[in-house]
Design a protein around this ligand. Structure first.
Ligand code: MLT
Length: 233
């Protein structure tokens, strides 16, 4: 599935889904949980996030609009902000332009399970998914309802891993992602330097985020969104 806008009951219902927003929502989610956050609650709007924080005593607010931290929020959407010291045992209410929207969209479209993936935890996320029987769907969150090359290349890496673990029948779009990753997976920064959202984040000065989010298989965690919250479990 190529963008959050393409998430429908037809594409997602009953399937085991991995959602990717490499730059940067799912990279932030896996980092915060790996650093000890208790749970992450993804919501669609800034208003919802603020209202939820008021009801949830030990929570912190994180996210972005236009790539930057909304006023009054504790964190932006830079994974590097979510250090052990900052997040240990905390609940994070997170709202981002595309990533959290994709997660909530998959829940509304009745996915069977919803995992969070990126380059950082690709292997672990796939291992959890392939332990299940049934149809799989990879959801590339995209950027503002547009195709995003970073998510598509990540889908290619996940597909390579899935195919190493089991036999699959794949749609043409999946083959496209896999072939692209096989061609360019070893030169991600150079290839993605042409991509829109990469350029936007670079322009905002998030160079370290870009480098970090493209690191492969650094985190051994496979967080799942149960419809209310995302946890490692
Ligand atoms: C999003 O969810 O739209 C992204 O994570 C935006 C960002 O890079 O902060």
């Amino acid at each position: 599935i190529d963008t959050a806008a393409a998430i429908t009951r037809e594409t997602v219902e009953g399937r085991h889904v991995l959602v990717m927003d490499v730059l940067r929502a799912t990279s932030t989610i896996v980092t915060a949980l790996n650093n000890g956050a208790k749970r992450i609650i993804p919501v669609e709007t800034v208003e919802e996030a603020v209202a939820l924080k008021r009801r949830c005593a030990d929570s912190l607010l994180g996210g972005e609009r236009g790539g930057v931290r909304p006023e009054g929020f504790d964190f932006g959407n830079s994974p590097l902000e979510y250090s052990k010291d900052a997040v240990q045992n905390k609940t994070i209410v997170l709202t981002t332009t595309n990533g959290t929207r994709a997660l909530v969209g998959c829940q509304s479209a009745h996915a069977a399970t919803i995992g969070c993936a990126g380059f950082l935890n690709g292997k672990a996320a796939v291992r959890r998914l392939t332990a299940k029987t049934g149809d799989l769907a990879l959801v590339c969150a995209g950027t503002k309802d547009r195709f995003s090359l970073d998510d598509f290349l990540c889908a290619g890496m996940l597909l390579q891993q899935i195919m190493a673990e089991e036999e699959v029948q794949m749609a043409d779009l999946g083959w496209n992602a896999l072939l692209l990753y096989q061609a360019y997976g070893e030169s991600l920064p150079a290839v993605l330097d042409n991509a829109k959202h990469y350029q936007v984040l670079k322009g905002l000065g998030f160079h370290e985020d870009l480098e970090y989010c493209l690191m492969k298989n650094q985190l051994e965690i496979a967080p799942v969104f149960d419809g209310n919250e995302i946890r490692i479990d």
